[in-house]
Design a protein around this ligand. Structure first.
Ligand code: FES
Ligand code: FE2
Length: 433
């Protein structure tokens, strides 16, 4: 049965109060962290190790089921660096296959998305059904003993978390839900099986993907980088970091508009543009995108409740919908940040309140712009002999934890000594299940 979500929320609120009142050193026996080597962000060998262990072997968010509404709908997903078809098959199952014909390796799909009854290779017309089965080979007289059943499209692991489709190329990986562990339980209140897809915006950023993701895993920078936006909304002094199994983590940061003297009680005074970007409501307390997931509890209403789903998603959750920020390497020193937006269920038809959604996404982009203007400067420093390592403080420890998990999935032995981080945070990982 494990720990209840009520207990988890109580524990986080208790820690938040402790943080507000804390005047001296970090609690719970926490020692200063070893520095993260700058080399991790600029080393080509380490980048290759990440490709093998992370992009080829971890669960990665790929699409929303709204993008595959009818049997035959498919998308060609290339974010992990390998072309993969994700399709809704005739039996309504969502499946994934390498986009690689079993004859001489041409592609069976070239459009980024579409609807089809079968996949026909673009070279010699071998044809596969929607479950990947090879069902037609032209000029079969020219084959003596071709066993078609051995030449189906090669499947890729594909599992759903509510309406969210995740892909993993590692056939031996633990099941997605098992990997998520208590994260799945905590997010139960967001009813992921009902959330809908709004759209995606992408940012090209001149930095290693980890520099970019690191920037969304702490609130130490709010007063400096976001003085007129996020800092007006959130009080970083009450932030709580929670480390969970398998590299996942939580960060809660109290909303200022919900604070009162004890730091935690709800005060319904107004919000701001920034709060509307997060979906916390405008100065009348009303969100421009008014639908709500009613089962969401107080923790996510009074705080910015942000998760990191290892390896590459940061999501500030909100009852009125939320984005997944997803970080992908493009080259060693450039990356792409995809921002996938999800809405509470709106029922039949098209997304309502399109204008309000656009405004909300635009406001959020203004905040992201503040971050993305800062990030390339860091990359330049990391490439400079003037930069030796990254000292992280107590409230920045989620960054360290993510790096520690990266090393864990790569396997300590193959990592160049100059890139390694020591796994010093294991004893601070909650054993919640
Ligand atoms: S490569 Fe696909 S049919 Fe020949
Ligand atoms: Fe930021």
């Amino acid at each position: 049965m494990g720990i209840s979500t009520e207990k988890i929320e109580k524990e986080i609120l208790k820690r938040s109060l402790e943080e507000f009142n804390r005047t001296n050193s970090p609690p719970r026996g926490f020692e200063d962290l070893p520095e993260i080597p700058a080399e991790r962000y600029i080393n080509a060998e380490f980048n290759d190790l990440e490709k093998e262990a992370i992009w080829n072997k971890c669960w990665l968010y790929a699409a929303h089921t709204d993008q595959l509404k009818s049997p035959g709908d498919y998308i060609l997903w290339k974010d992990a660096g390998v072309p993969i078809i994700i399709v809704r098959s005739e039996d309504d199952e969502i499946r994934a296959f390498y986009n690689t014909c079993r004859h001489r390796g041409s592609s069976v799909v070239r459009e980024n998305s579409g609807n089809t009854t079968r996949f026909v290779c673009q070279y010699h017309s071998w044809a596969y059904d929607l479950s990947g089965k090879l069902d037609f080979v032209p000029d079969s007289r020219d084959w003596k003993s071709l066993d078609k059943s051995c030449k189906n499209l090669i499947p890729v692991r594909c599992e759903l978390w509510g309406n969210l489709i995740f892909i993993n190329q590692n056939i031996e990986a633990m099941a997605l839900k098992e990997n998520l562990g208590v994260v799945d339980k905590i997010l139960g209140q967001f009813q992921l099986e009902k959330i809908r897809y709004v759209g995606k915006r992408s940012w090209e950023v001149n930095s290693n993907w980890k520099v970019c993701q690191d920037a969304f895993m702490e609130v130490y920078h709010l007063n400096t980088v976001h003085p007129d936006t996020v800092s007006q909304l959130l009080d970083h002094k009450g932030a709580v970091m929670v480390l969970l199994l398998n590299g996942h983590s939580i960060m809660t940061t109290p909303n200022r508009s919900k604070l009162s003297a004890d730091g935690l009680k709800v005060d319904e005074s107004g919000g701001s543009d920034a709060s509307n970007a997060y979906g916390s409501g405008d100065s009348q307390g009303k969100s421009g995108t008014p639908l709500e997931i009613e089962t969401v509890t107080e923790l996510a209403r009074n705080n910015n409740l942000s998760f990191n789903f290892f390896p590459n998603i940061v999501t500030p959750l909100n009852p009125s919908g939320f984005p997944f920020l997803q970080f992908w390497p493009v080259t060693l020193n450039t990356c792409r940040m995809d921002v996938h937006w999800f809405s509470p269920n709106w029922g039949e038809g098209e997304l309502p309140n399109k204008k309000a959604w656009k405004e909300r996404m635009d406001l959020f982009d203004e905040i992201l712009l503040e971050d993305t203007l800062n990030i390339p400067w860091i990359q330049k420093s990391l490439e400079s002999p003037g930069f030796k390592g990254v000292p992280l403080n107590y409230q920045e420890r989620r960054i360290y934890y993510t790096h520690q998990e990266i090393d864990k999935v790569i396997g300590d032995k193959s990592i160049p000594e100059k890139c390694k981080v020591e796994p010093v945070l294991d004893k601070f990982v909650e054993n919640w299940s």
